[in-house]
Design a protein. Structure first.
Length: 256
């Protein structure tokens, strides 16, 4: 039997804490709860959880800082739960390292669906013999080995080891950032729309008619912005990530 997946709930409101605990338990997680930010950071370091739900308004340190601290040592998926609907708070949450967010009050079914989509994406090394996703899009600007390894303008990505390096220097990407970069590399110079990338993060291979909101697409923009910063890429003279205004993203031309 495979080892149980570990979930961590960082939430000071007891009713919401127990609701999220129930959702994760029903989804097959071994769940630990924490009622403060400092307690949550300590638990994350000890437990090495697969997924963390994180309240934004904690009594000691806010969720933004908790996310930043956890990101220093953990690649757990982080879903931020917030009563604040302002776009700025959402963007700060994603920039601090969160993978997704839900506004309170939320539907338990939606939380479970978001977490299920995350867990379908690899957390670390694939099982022996497992092949990376195969795209039918051309990668004409990219050198690809056919086994999930791509090289482009000094950037090297290996799906098998979930690693990315630029000019020989390894980068520390979140799993969401890694998935977005991988999607662009396998697409080559073909544009990936923001909706395409939202579906990719949901592990939907094609358009199944699911609803994609402006906030979903804005989340992709923020993750791409974080990815650019880590790559040291310039929006004005991109080496890797080229924005196609009003549409989405594609790789910059090769040979730079």
């Amino acid at each position: 039997m495979s080892e149980a997946r570990v979930g961590l709930v960082i939430e000071d409101d007891q009713d919401i804490r127990e609701l999220v605990r129930t959702v994760l338990t029903q989804a097959g997680f071994d769940v630990t709860v924490a009622g403060s930010g400092s307690e949550g950071v300590k638990a994350a370091r000890t437990l090495n959880p697969d997924v963390i739900t994180l309240d934004l308004g904690l009594p000691d340190i806010d969720g933004f800082e908790v996310s930043r601290q956890i990101r220093e040592f953990s690649d757990a998926y982080i879903v931020m739960l917030t009563a604040r609907a302002e776009e700025l708070d959402t963007l700060i949450g994603l920039e601090s390292g969160a993978d997704d967010y839900l506004t309170k009050p939320f539907r338990p079914r939606e939380l479970r669906a978001r977490i299920a989509a995350m867990m379908r994406r690899p957390r670390s090394l694939p099982d022996a013999g497992e092949s990376p996703p195969v795209s039918d899009r051309p990668a004409d600007a990219v050198t690809g080995s056919g086994n999930g390894h791509y090289s482009h303008n000094g950037l090297d990505l290996s799906y098998a080891s979930r690693s990315v390096s630029v000019d020989g220097q390894e980068l520390n990407l979140t799993r969401t950032e890694f998935e977005l970069l991988y999607a662009l590399l396998e697409a080559g110079r073909t544009v990936r729309t923001k909706s395409d990338l939202v579906r990719r993060l949901r592990d939907e291979d094609y358009d199944v008619g699911s609803y994609i909101s402006e906030a979903d697409e804005r989340s992709v923009e923020v993750h791409m912005g974080n990815l650019r910063k880590k790559l040291g890429d310039s929006p004005q003279q991109p080496r890797w990530l080229q924005t196609v205004r009003g549409v989405g993203y594609r790789l910059a031309p090769g040979g730079r």
